[in-house]
Design a protein around this ligand. Structure first.
Ligand code: ADP
Length: 390
């Protein structure tokens, strides 16, 4: 595998002629190339042009790169500058502001959608609800909360998946004790891994630990597009997306391009974290995605020996904040050693010790989330804006 380099891939891609006598590389259509354990990912950028025009090149690029030695699979995505909406999209208006600079993903890779253009904003076939778990900053326990909410939904008898969208610092391999590389199926679909009956996908499964990967915005979207559209998720009642921490462009783009039923915001009680949480809420509001509610993590301390509760951070901030913005308050999770230990050991507490008080706190939150999703019915999902294809 050592023989496979970015240069070899670009050289191979240079054999694909583009109209006007150029090739697709020299024309500047090929994005950053990412190689991960024999899997190759890159995007073809349509710029302001019609992204459909690039479809045949996308297929050729797959063939050419797929024929190289040491390549086990190829994922090619088309990105394009978002065109001005004609107002036909339900929430095109709300997205107007963000449209200017954001790239939008036009194809989830032709192989994933059976030759169909599968825009990331379209509903994922066979997935009833997609929810995002987000936080305004890192370290508040967002990933721990995501995984335990997913386990809590599973405990309700639902089919659940979890997508680790933090390509910079994936945590699902650690939280679920998984480190295998996903297999690909006959149609190049990526077969989701499974832990405690929950389907899981993370960039951490593709990239060897400690391997530095330089991600540019469009690359991140391309990789995420594949993890959303090319993975064998169906059938699922809920896909939980563990969002990257913070509220930058990548987060906004995911929020815009994924058909989200709603978002859960995780915060710690400290005021500082709540200011960040507010940013998270505003980000989803900007793209018209309902806030399913706030979770206050590390809310209070349960003494492991006597069971006494201490509000070491002065809990309750998230509840007040939820009330202020009219969002639901989903519940409080104690600061507890067992939560940290089970997380680090790849055995989320809801799956490994469901009877514990800590697990019960997550289970209650999961039940509230499901009640809220179920009351939305099937067809009230906020359709994310789609790329405009003339
Ligand atoms: P984030 O995704 O927000 O960066 P993580 O979920 O990775 O945060 O959590 C950060 C650290 O805090 C981890 O070591 C995790 O085990 C720990 N942690 C999260 N929630 C709790 C909790 N309620 N009690 C104790 N430790 C927690």
């Amino acid at each position: 595998m050592a023989g496979l380099t970015k240069e070899k891939i670009l050289d191979a891609l240079k054999s694909i002629e583009f109209e006007g006598g150029d090739n697709i590389v020299d024309r500047g259509l090929v994005s950053e190339v990412v190689i991960a354990n024999g899997k190759v990912y890159f995007a073809l950028d349509a710029g302001n042009e019609d992204p459909q025009k690039l479809e045949p090149y996308c297929r050729k690029a797959e063939d050419v790169v797929g024929a190289l030695d040491d390549v086990s699979s190829v994922g090619v995505t088309i990105t394009a500058e978002r065109q001005k909406s004609n107002g036909s999209q339900a929430n095109g208006h709300a997205n107007g502001q963000a449209n200017g600079e954001s790239k939008s993903q036009a194809g989830g890779g032709p192989q994933g959608g059976g030759g169909q253009q599968a825009a990331a904003g379209q509903a994922i076939p066979g997935v009833r609800h997609v929810i995002a778990v987000a936080s305004g900053k890192g370290g508040v326990g967002k990933s721990t909360t995501s995984v335990n909410i997913a386990m809590g939904l599973k405990a309700q008898g639902l089919n659940v998946g979890i997508l680790d969208a933090d390509v910079y610092g994936p945590s699902m391999p650690r939280l679920l004790g998984l480190n295998e590389e996903p297999q690909t199926g006959p149609n190049n679909e990526i077969i989701a891994l499974e832990a405690y009956g929950v389907k899981v996908m993370s960039m951490g499964f593709m990239v060897a630990e400690g391997t530095p990967v330089v991600w540019r915005g469009p690359m991140v979207m391309s990789a995420l597009g594949q993890m959303i559209n090319q993975v064998t998720w169906a059938p699922l009642d809920v896909l939980v997306i563990d969002m990257p921490p913070g509220t930058g462009d990548v987060q906004l783009t995911i929020a815009q391009q994924t058909p989200l039923s709603g978002a859960v915001i995780v915060s710690t009680p400290q005021d500082l974290a709540l200011i960040d949480a507010r940013k998270g809420i505003n980000m989803f509001a900007q793209v018209n995605i309902p806030i399913l509610g706030l979770v206050e993590n590390m809310s209070y301390f349960l003494c492991p020996s006597c069971g006494e509760r201490s509000d070491i951070f002065g809990h309750g901030g998230a509840k007040e904040e939820a009330l202020k913005i009219g969002a639901d308050f989903l519940g409080q999770i104690p600061l507890h050693m067992d939560i940290r230990e089970t997380s680090d050991a790849g055995r989320p507490i809801v799956a490994s010790n469901p009877e514990s008080a800590e697990a019960q706190a997550y289970l209650e939150i999961a039940a509230k989330i499901w009640a809220s999703l179920d009351s939305q019915g099937e067809d009230t999902r906020v359709a994310a804006p789609k790329i405009v294809i003339e």
